[in-house]
Design a protein around this ligand. Structure first.
Ligand code: NAD
Ligand code: WQD
Length: 336
């Protein structure tokens, strides 16, 4: 299939590109490189021996998108492009709403114009907010979001639900990612944050490689077994494979569907630190700091619906995630 992959030069998008190319799809990447390096796509080509077609543009550039659709018979879109830093979104809400929602609306208009009505959207666990019961399932009610980034995801979901409701010929899958970590086992692509990492695993790998003196553990007084926050970490390669399964469902005219991409397992911050140290034989010094505002104690989700309906389950474990994250960081201490 000819697949348009927005945000395909980014962390998750580049891993999706690898899986799509391995499966024989024709991949057309659109990315403005606001949070990515085009070298990631060269690495994708090294891994797969196939070159994705790449257009450097903002998805809000309607005229450019139109040209891309006119020149390529695009059959489905995987829409990963977006700004994703929770803290930054509270400082720059307009930028986040404009980029994430504005970008999605432009993409949808052009898809409609070119009669491409198959879409997979990168949504997030953040739409569940602080859920009342665990594990989270797709039937767990969404809660108000605590930051503009989260609201962009929640609002885009609603826009997509409304569009599919009005025009049932659209096939739309909302994939709610939990905490993607790790990297491709080749060590050629991985997470490459600008500046100080916001997320746990890239912070740990930067401590391990000597770029930062220690990890700050945000809170050890949560109601969890060791007091630190619990999350559902998922290997980025498993996550990427979930998109292939979603594409198959689009081809079966699935209508509107929502799936958690998670493992069902919750690990604490200290579980991650200890596993990283054991698997890689490297120390990660840490210090307990106060809780980070906006954090919740625990979040993990059932992926049974994806297993049942898509035939997808995460196959890699925490050891794999820690090994591959470190393999990427140590082979690329300064990123791409
Ligand atoms: P990323 O920043 O590495 O990738 C996003 C890509 O989109 C980047 O390459 C960026 O340059 C591009 N981009 C942003 N705005 C654009 C625009 N207007 N036009 C064109 N390109 C644009 O982030 P990621 O971790 O790979 O996340 C991919 C998607 O998954 C995002 O939508 C994110 O919100 C979502 N998501 C990520 C996580 C996570 O923890 N990484 C969790 C849940 C959901
Ligand atoms: C994980 C745990 C922290 C950093 C975020 C977004 C969410 C989604 C995934 C996009 C928490 C602790 C972290 C550090 C720490 N993204 N931590 N020291 O907050 O679960 O989710 O990324 O959709 O929307 O909110 O992930 O990796 O930031 O934190 O102790 O330096 O690690 O307190 O318990 P989070 P995270």
């Amino acid at each position: 299939m000819n697949i348009l992959l927005t945000g395909g030069a980014g962390y998750i998008g580049s891993h999706i590109a690898v899986e799509l190319l391995h499966a024989g799809h024709h991949v057309i990447v659109v990315d403005n490189l606001c949070n990515a390096d085009a070298k990631s796509l060269r690495r994708v080509a090294e891994i797969t021996n196939c070159e994705p077609l790449f257009f450097q543009t903002d998805i809000r550039n309607e005229a450019y998108l139109r040209q891309i659709f006119a020149a390529n018979r695009i059959e489905a879109c995987i829409h990963c492009a977006g700004l994703k830093a929770v803290g930054e979104s509270t400082q720059k809400p307009l930028e986040y709403y404009d980029n994430n929602i504005g970008g999605t609306l432009t993409l949808l208009k052009i898809m409609h114009k070119y009669n491409c009505k198959n879409l997979v959207f990168s949504s997030s666990a953040t739409v569940y907010g602080a859920a009342d019961t665990l594990p989270i399932t797709e039937a767990t009610p969404k809660k108000p979001c605590t930051n503009p980034y989260g609201w962009t995801k929640s609002m885009i979901e609603q826009i997509l639900i409304d569009i599919q409701h009005a025009a049932p010929e659209w096939n739309i899958i909302l994939l709610r990612y939990f905490n993607p970590i790790g990297a491709h086992p080749s060590g050629k692509i991985g997470e490459n944050p600008n500046g100080t990492p916001n997320n746990l695993m890239p912070y740990i790998t930067q401590v391990a490689v000597g770029k930062r003196p220690q990890l700050n553990v945000y809170g050890n007084d949560y109601a969890t077994p060791d007091g630190t926050g619990i999350r559902d970490y998922i290997h980025v390669v498993d996550l990427a494979k979930g998109h292939l399964k979603a594409l198959e469902a689009l081809s079966r005219n699935c209508g509107l569907q929502i799936y958690n991409l998670s493992t069902g397992n919750g690990y604490s911050v200290l579980d991650i630190v200890k596993t990283f140290e054991r698997v890689n034989g490297i120390a990660v010094p840490y210090k307990i700091e106060p809780r980070r505002p906006g954090d919740i104690a625990a979040c993990y989700a059932s992926a049974d619906k994806a297993a049942r309906e898509l035939g997808w389950r995460a196959e890699l474990g925490l050891d794999d995630m820690c090994r591959d994250a470190w393999n990427w960081q140590k082979s690329n201490p300064d990123g791409f």
